[in-house]
Ligand binder design. Structure first.
Ligand SMILES: *[C@@H]1O[C@H](CO)[C@@H](O)[C@H](O)[C@H]1NC(C)=O
Length: 213
């Protein structure tokens, strides 16, 4: 894989590496909201260097190695997911986007999965029940496993069915950016991911369904 970083980023890399040796940066990162995510730039190997610039402006829903708890506002479901991988954290940060899909009004019924749906480092495959959509996610990280376990909040509107459904391609390569936005009438019903022990990362895929009366 070819890395094309400007010299300034290489300098940032060297400083960042020194800080990590001292073990300070990792502790600080749990609490501090940096204005620019130098470590996310580190982890980014995107073509044209665009994604790492954009990531500096993204307000992520979780910090490195920290718990993630996200729920859409009432009436909305998750329709976009943006995520970057930080090589030195062996973790991903996520940014979720919600919206009302057509005139689906989702509070009819919601429920969280009673427990975490995946085992450390094992494939994750979860689908909400038929006609439900993902409206919240929760996960936590353990450095011992360099992985996250996930739970999902599923909601439905009794007036709508989710059909047809389709499985996306892989939405990211290992270590790379994930940037997904569902089509106008689509919701995310299921989430699949595969762990790779070499990159300590997961590749993700979604099960999407089109909302119809
Ligand atoms: C994600 O991709 C869309 C185009 O599909 C683009 O407009 C948007 O800027 C990207 N988001 C980020 C944060 O890179």
């Amino acid at each position: 894989m070819t890395l094309r970083f400007p010299a300034s980023l290489v300098a940032v890399y060297l400083v960042a590496s020194a800080l990590l040796v001292l073990g300070q940066a990792e502790e600080q990162a749990a609490d501090v909201e940096f204005d620019n995510n130098w470590n996310s730039r580190l982890g980014c190997k995107c073509p044209e260097g665009q994604a790492e610039k954009q990531a500096a402006d993204v307000h992520f829903d979780n910090n490195w190695n920290s718990p993630l708890d996200f729920e859409c506002p009432e009436g909305q479901v998750i329709t976009s997911v943006y995520s970057i991988h930080g090589d030195s954290y062996h973790d991903r940060r996520f940014k979720f986007g919600c919206r009302k899909v057509v005139d689906v009004n989702i509070p009819d019924f919601c429920r969280w999965t009673p427990s975490y749906v995946n085992v450390w480092k094992q494939p994750l495959g979860y689908a909400c029940p038929r006609n439900f959509a993902i409206a919240g996610v929760s996960s936590f990280y353990l450095s011992r496993y360099e992985d996250r376990r996930w739970r999902f909040k599923c909601c439905r509107d009794n007036d709508y069915i989710g059909n047809p459904c389709a499985i996306t391609d892989y939405l990211n390569d290992f270590d790379q950016v994930l940037n997904f936005t569902a089509s106008a009438r689509d919701v995310i019903r299921g989430w699949m991911s595969w762990y790779d022990g070499k990159t300590k990362d997961r590749r993700h895929q979604f099960l999407t369904c089109t909302m119809t009366k």
